[in-house]
Design a protein around this ligand. Structure first.
Ligand code: GFB
Length: 355
């Protein structure tokens, strides 16, 4: 990236919805959108929530991912670099306008209220950004694959008048549009994350392949899965049942498989593969280590997990597995599935396809 100001302008947004998996879905959409309207994408920090803390914290984008690979697809710059080196020239304080589709309820009437609430306020505060006004961009939308729509954005918001389009939330859909799934191939873990993943694998799973599984089973998830019946495209479910539910139905055991189903499916998978010595479990709550070790004893595989809680390292290790079993409904699982698809590695889901 060169520090010369970019003459086609910039896009920035707050990843203000959901946790990592949701934010990653949005990210791919915004990447396509920025390219569609031909503006450099400012890579925002990831918004994270720490237990017991009331405000979100912002983790620089490149803490986890490589920036140079993304720029093979489109011009990008981290928000830290942009604010330090570029904003003083191209984004004067009196041009800091927040973008939203239509007004957001908050302190000021008829405004985006881009900084109302958490994580909205803490996000922009990280960079001392105050907005002097709002712009409602509706009825324009962010379907990057609609050329006419992209042309409308470029016409309505020329760079000289609007150097930076600062979105209150991600200008992208959730779950990620089908057309953008493969953009995941430009999203690579950085050397630090990959190094940790490889070290873990070397130290804990040497001498044979491993099946990686994602068990999403915490309290929040049990509650969310109650909606399976009335929302057939719940969260990331379209990755299995299709965006129009054409490969449905969505069942409870796809969202929250029972112990017996999990064991059965792992055994079936292990029989299909040769030279598998380990099962690596990633989970937000119950890893089922003892249960699985007992159930798989006769197959001579060992069940392992990380010694620490580290959602990104779990994802990176799952990406390296010889085979992956994930959760249809979870966007966290969806991240792994996309990464593996982009690299031609095999995956399946709990209780899907229907047998
Ligand atoms: O990533 P995420 O949006 O996926 O949110 P879902 C789930 C979060 O839970 C992750 C943790 O970002 C992690 O912090 N988590 C989940 C895990 N699985 C694992 C795991 O295997 N290992 C570790 N270390 N952490 C949706 C939310 O979650 O759940 C929705 O995004 C909503 O907004 C819904 O709250 C109930 O799509 O699974």
């Amino acid at each position: 990236y060169t520090l010369e100001s970019d003459l086609s302008g910039y896009v920035v947004y707050c990843p203000c919805m959901g946790r990592f998996g949701n934010q990653a879905d949005h990210f791919l959409g915004v990447l396509a959108f920025s390219k569609g309207i031909n503006r450099t994408l400012i890579l925002p920090p990831w918004v994270e929530y720490r237990y017991g803390e009331s405000k979100s914290i912002q983790i620089p984008f490149d803490t986890y991912f490589k920036v140079d690979i993304l720029s093979e697809y489109h011009r990008v710059v981290t928000m830290e670099t942009f604010m330090k080196d570029v904003a003083p020239d191209v984004w004067p304080r009196n041009k800091r306008i927040s973008f939203c589709y239509t007004q957001r309820i908050g302190e000021i009437e008829n405004n985006c209220n881009a900084k109302s609430g958490n994580p909205f306020g803490p996000f922009w505060d990280t960079f001392n950004i105050e907005f002097v006004g709002s712009e409602f961009y509706g009825p324009l939308n962010y379907d990057a694959h609609n050329n006419i729509m992209m042309e409308k954005w470029r016409k309505k918001y020329p760079y000289n008048k609007w150097p930076v389009l600062a979105f209150t939330g991600a200008p992208a859909s959730f779950p990620v549009q089908k057309e953008n799934l493969m953009l995941h191939r430009y999203l690579h873990w950085n050397d630090e994350v990959m190094g940790k993943a490889r070290t873990f694998i070397k130290n804990n799973m040497s001498g044979g392949g491993f099946v990686g599984i994602h068990l999403r089973n915490g309290q929040d998830w049990m509650k969310a899965c109650r909606h399976v019946k009335d929302s057939p495209t719940l969260f990331a479910a379209p990755q299995c049942v299709g965006y129009k539910n054409e490969r449905g139905p969505l069942t409870m055991s796809m969202c929250l498989p029972e112990e017996s189903e999990i064991i059965k499916q792992i055994k079936r998978t292990l029989r299909k593969l040769n030279d598998t010595k380990y099962v690596f479990v990633a989970s937000d709550s119950n890893h089922m280590i003892t249960t699985l070790n007992n159930a798989l004893q006769r197959l001579e595989v060992k069940v392992v997990k990380l010694g620490i809680t580290d959602p990104h390292l779990d994802l990176a290790v799952l990406g390296q597995a010889n085979y992956f079993i994930g959760n249809c409904v979870s966007s966290y699982s969806a991240f792994v599935k996309r990464e593996r698809d982009a690299r031609g590695l095999p995956s399946e889901f709990w209780s899907f396809p229907h047998r």
